[in-house]
Design a protein around this ligand. Structure first.
Ligand code: ATP
Ligand code: MG
Length: 594
């Protein structure tokens, strides 16, 4: 069947949408693939829907090929299963919660671990039924704080989620590997340049997990790589702590006057003037910076958290968020400082924090100790210049383990280009990526919480171990658009393009229209998916629209026809070739198949 542009429900736009931050968003809207309905919520138009369906097809074929079976859950779900795993609360404001007419609590599913676990519990009871992998391609809902970049971060989006069920750890490892291989094939077929990185498991819980990131400067994730093959999302990097040091030669900690040194730069300057080191100059790395956050639990309880780290590094907010999840780290306010006179802005230090002297405690359920956590580099025996909890005053030769101890380690300092890989495999380089897929070995967390057990070979009840695996299907549409578009519009790889070829009849005259029509028919007869631009519009409009819409190949039937020629254009490379009308079908077939 030929699709005619004169009939197709589409309007291309000459202007960028006002809210477009990234090229894929701009072009998907301008080319008439999607329309915004509400923040982070989009309507799929015919062209966009065809691309979405292509992604779904690839994902479905690979999931089926690995032996997973497709099911489909509702998006509207009851509260109870999510209550049993605490996620009704832990998902926090990201969860769309609603009530039915009887006052019953419901939610719009953000991910379906609970439901799959209960379904298998409902139907299966023996080890003989396992292993099992189930999947669905379905709409998910998350009330994202920052819906962004069109389809890349929606509040409603399409995900493929699958879940594996095994009796033992070896089984889980095998199911995880099978998914990993299927994901490699999916992302190869989507034509994405991607990396597989170590990941944190976030709200999902569980242990081993990896992400598939499409390498892209517009990605929200930062990942690191080393020459020796280490690869991780920065959120998952756990630095290798240096060995503890011997502090025997270091004199007692002493208090020094350091007027106007509320910043690290000012402090280092004053230190070098007022109490220089004999061997070398003080640097920011000699200072212990203490940053305060308010840690808010999903149930609303909150406490102050002080993070101590070398002064030459900042806290990486995404690493912090990942480390404290499901709690959230909010910035402290002037009020917090006013309520806690012991925390002196710009002069916070661990000595009195550790003894609790100078700090006034806060907390909904009565007094709480201010939690003090330190960077892994702050090992026992290291000496620091740090705040004295008094304005214009610092302490020198404050030794970790001798003068203070922290409540634990928090590895959330920024990772920098050139930092050593934790496994000794060389210096790290940083790049950005879009999270396309995430695979987890969940273990028994959900099966435990919801009582999914089967009888093993000895007739004993054992708890099932699970994996959970997601692909961002609608996000993939945007990620591929992002990777392939240029300054003129979209440029689809054939695997995802809504049509293989766009045939443009440019110029007046029945002959041109008839030749274009004939060519479209001949191509269609050979199995090529054809979009025929049969509109009464100028050649300029048709050329521009073909470039914006981004079919891999276009054929221009126009002026050249008088000489028996048509022009075949490759959208991605920009190559153009004039070919005889008689050979046009073969030329197009070669272009779309090759
Ligand atoms: P992110 O870190 O980007 O918020 P996530 O880790 O919360 O994602 P998962 O729960 O692992 O996401 O979901 C599986 C996949 O679903 C992700 O790898 C991603 O491709 C996709 N996805 C998640 N959130 C969104 C969203 N808001 N819009 C579009 N796709 C999403
Ligand atoms: Mg994820």
């Amino acid at each position: 069947m030929i699709t005619r542009l004169s009939q197709l429900f589409v309007r291309t736009l000459r202007e960028d949408p006002a809210d477009a931050e990234v090229p894929s968003h701009r072009w998907l809207v301008r080319a008439g693939y999607i329309r915004r309905t509400a923040p982070g919520i989009y309507t799929w138009l015919p062209l966009g829907l065809r691309v979405l369906q292509q992604v779904e097809r690839i994902v479905r074929e690979e999931m089926d090929a690995m032996g997973a079976q497709e099911v489909r859950f509702p998006a509207l779900l009851p509260r109870e299963p999510y209550e049993a795993t605490h996620r009704w609360t832990e998902y926090g404001p990201n969860l769309f919660r609603l009530k039915d007419r009887k006052g019953g609590d419901y939610l719009l599913g953000p991910t379906h671990e609970e439901m799959f676990t209960l379904l298998v519990k409902d139907l299966y009871s023996s080890y003989k039924d396992l292993p099992l992998s189930l999947y669905q391609i379905q709409t998910k809902y998350r009330d994202e704080a920052r819906p962004r970049a069109g389809l890349l971060r929606g509040r409603e989006f399409v995900m493929k989620d699958s879940y594996s069920f095994d009796v033992d750890d070896e089984g889980l490892a095998a199911s995880y590997e099978a998914h990993r291989r299927a994901y490699v094939r999916i992302f190869e077929r989507l034509g994405l340049t991607y990396v597989i990185v170590k990941a944190t498991s976030g709200a999902m819980g569980g242990s081993a997990s990896e992400e598939f990131l499409a390498v892209s400067p517009t990605g929200e994730d930062t990942f690191v790589r080393s020459p020796g093959g280490y690869a991780a999302n920065v959120e998952a990097v756990r630095i290798a702590p240096p060995p503890a040091q011997d502090a025997e030669g270091i004199g007692p900690a002493r208090t020094v006057d350091t007027p106007d040194t509320g910043t690290i730069v000012e402090l280092v300057d004053v230190a070098n003037q007022k109490f220089p080191r004999p061997d070398r100059a003080w640097t920011a790395a000699d200072t212990l910076k203490n940053v305060v956050f308010r840690l808010v639990q999903p149930d609303g309880r909150s406490e102050l958290l002080v993070v101590g780290l070398p002064g030459d590094r900042d806290v990486d907010m995404k690493r912090l968020e990942a480390a404290v999840s499901p709690a959230e780290a909010a910035p402290v306010t002037d009020e917090d400082f006013a309520d806690n006179p012991g925390l002196v802005k710009g002069y916070i230090g661990p000595v009195s924090l550790a003894t609790g002297e100078a700090v006034q405690y806060l907390g909904a359920e009565g007094p709480l100790k201010v939690r003090y956590l330190t960077d892994p580099r702050v090992v026992d025996g290291t000496a620091w210049i740090t705040g004295a909890n008094v304005v214009d005053t610092h302490m020198v030769d404050v030794v970790a383990g001798r003068d203070f101890t922290s409540d634990g380690v928090l590895d959330v300092a920024e990772i920098r280009e050139g930092d050593p890989a934790p496994d000794g495999s060389g210096p790290l380089s940083l790049a950005r990526g879009i999270e396309m897929g995430h695979i987890f070995q969940l273990g028994r967390k959900y099966a435990d919480a919801l009582g999914l057990k089967v009888l093993d070979a000895n007739g004993k009840l054992v708890t099932v171990t699970m994996g959970s695996y997601g692909v961002g299907v609608s996000r993939a549409v945007a990620a591929v658009a992002e990777a392939t578009c240029d300054e003129r519009g979209l440029a689809w790889p054939r695997a995802l393009a809504p049509f293989d070829v766009q045939v443009l009849a440019t110029g007046k005259g029945d002959e041109i229209a008839a030749a274009a029509e004939q060519l479209a028919h001949d191509l269609d007869a050979r199995g090529v998916r054809v979009l025929l631009d049969d509109r009464k519009a100028s050649p300029g409009v048709k050329f521009a629209d073909a470039e914006i819409m981004g079919m891999p190949v276009s054929v221009v039937v126009g002026r050249g026809l008088a000489d028996g020629l048509v022009e075949v254009r490759d959208r991605a490379t920009g190559e153009r070739a004039e070919v005889p009308v008689a050979g046009a079908v073969d030329a197009v077939l070669a272009a779309v198949r090759g």
